[in-house]
Design a protein around this ligand. Structure first.
Ligand SMILES: Cc1cc2nc3c(=O)[nH]c(=O)nc-3n(C[C@H](O)[C@H](O)[C@H](O)COP(=O)(O)OP(=O)(O)OC[C@H]3O[C@@H](n4cnc5c(N)ncnc54)[C@H](O)[C@@H]3O)c2cc1C
Length: 413
């Protein structure tokens, strides 16, 4: 039986550990916290079958002027952090140009198209169906020209990638969400995407399914990774663990491990915040909605109405800057009767993003039995289970379900 260590118990690491246990590996899943307590806990909980286009930087002048004063809700930056991540940011900027972006979309989509089917296999195995809703989510609009442009995109991705949607005018939207204000003129309802009422609980359910297949969860801080004659040794604050194989699924913390191993890959962080709220005046919200022209997302969760912010370009360690959340909250209050906050402090996390917008999934260049799976950016919660499947297939020497060439780590060599 192959002894395999998976470091990182977010959605990505837990899904990999589950698939490896299914294939008969003896797996130890290591995390300093219990499974699903970091980025995979605090996200918006959408399983985004519609997300076949990653998120480019704005490159048109109007949008650049809009973002520059650093007061917009969808994207903010800290100048110092821009310097420290200059190379990956520059790559992301170049890849946001129309020609480069057009090449990335079908590659990204090749993973996304599997997201719901792969989650479904896992949540049935985990008995976690009660956490999933399959009735989609809403992208809402305020301006006719923007709404029309996004409908054209929707028609395109329906045609090319099987994304399902319905266009709702103001009246149709009002029938679904009677408490949304009149500033909203309509919505695109993404009907084959799903939502999760408690993202952290779903990761924990997947971790329990992994343990039921013989896997072991070890709560420990990993400190070093050393190549040995028999494979690898992971030094932790609970002692060393030996394995024939190691998978690094350390999400936003992956730069630390890349530096230790001598790799240079363009990973940077798009931080985000969340806060839960009451609904005021007996208002109800059935669907998650993205306020497209403002750039925040509000979704009904077990813990309350979860408001999540767009991107903050900042270092992982910098202290929280909650202006973006406050601006988003003020904006929601203009279109929905939001009540009081449910927590004293905002949750903060970081999307692990690569300069070419695609995750790294595959063997570590120049090393045996070391595998990398990180950099899933805005869609790591969506992409965990398909990542688990393809890593299992590649480690067994099988042809993976998806052509993994675009995601190989040696593309940066
Ligand atoms: C505001 C926001 C909203 C989002 N909304 C969505 C959404 O709706 N849908 C979607 O698909 N994605 C969404 N995302 C993105 C998604 O959350 C991430 O891409 C995903 O959670 C990354 O998962 P991961 O397993 O790679 O990382 P993580 O969940 O962060 O897991 C990495 C783990 O590694 C562990 N670790 C790191 N270093 C060590 C060490 N030295 N020792 C021990 N353990 C270690 C950490 O403790 C952590 O648990 C959102 C992100 C944000 C910030």
């Amino acid at each position: 039986m192959q002894e395999t260590i998976v470091l990182g118990a977010g959605m990505v690491g837990v899904s990999i550990a589950y698939h490896l246990a299914e294939r008969g590996h003896s797996v130890t899943l290591v995390d300093r916290r219990a499974p699903g307590q970091e980025t995979s806990f605090g996200n918006a909980g959408l399983i985004q079958r519609e997300a076949v286009r990653p998120h480019p930087f704005p490159r048109d002048l109007a949008n650049m002027w809009r973002v520059l004063p650093n007061r917009s809700i969808d994207i903010r930056y800290r100048a110092g952090a821009m310097f420290s991540a200059a190379e990956p940011l520059l790559q992301y900027w170049r890849n946001s140009a129309p020609e480069a972006f057009a090449k990335i979309v079908p590659e990204y989509a090749s993973l996304i198209v599997h997201c719901t089917a792969e989650h479904e296999r896992m949540f049935i195995a985990a008995g976690a169906q009660d956490l999933i809703r399959k009735d989609g989510w809403l992208q809402i609009f305020r301006t006719a020209s923007v709404f029309e442009a996004e409908q054209a995109h929707a028609a395109d991705i329906h045609e090319r990638f099987g994304v399902e949607y319905e266009v709702l005018d103001r009246e149709a939207l009002h029938r679904l969400e009677p408490n949304l204000g009149d500033a909203i003129i309509g919505a695109i309802h993404w009907t084959n995407s799903w939502s999760v009422s408690d993202p952290g609980a779903l990761v924990q359910a997947y971790a329990r399914a992994f343990e039921a297949r013989g896997g072991r969860v070890l709560q420990a801080e990993a400190q070093d990774l050393v190549e040995t004659a028999a494979g690898w040794r992971l030094d932790t604050d609970q002692g060393p663990i030996d394995g024939a194989n190691v998978v690094l699924a350390t999400g936003p913390w992956s730069n630390h491990w890349l530096a230790k191993l001598g790799y240079d890959m363009p990973l940077f962080h798009m931080r985000g915040y969340h806060m839960h709220y009451e609904a005021a005046d007996g208002a109800t919200l059935h669907y998650a909605f993205l306020d497209h022209e403002k750039g925040y997302l509000l979704s009904p969760k077990r813990a309350g109405l979860r408001l999540t912010t767009g991107a903050e370009l900042n270092t992982l360690e910098a202290p929280p800057r909650t202006g973006q959340l406050e601006a988003a909250e003020a904006e929601v209050r203009t279109i929905f009767p939001l009540g009081s906050r449910r927590e004293p402090n905002a949750w903060k996390g970081a999307r692990p993003c690569m300069g070419d917008m695609k995750p790294v999934i595959g063997p570590a260049p120049g090393r045996d039995n070391l595998w990398l799976a990180f950099g899933h950016g805005h869609q790591g919660f969506t992409l965990g289970p398909i990542t688990g499947r393809v890593v299992g297939e590649m480690m067994a020497g099988e042809t993976p379900t998806v052509d993994m060439t675009p995601f190989r780590a040696d593309r940066f060599s």
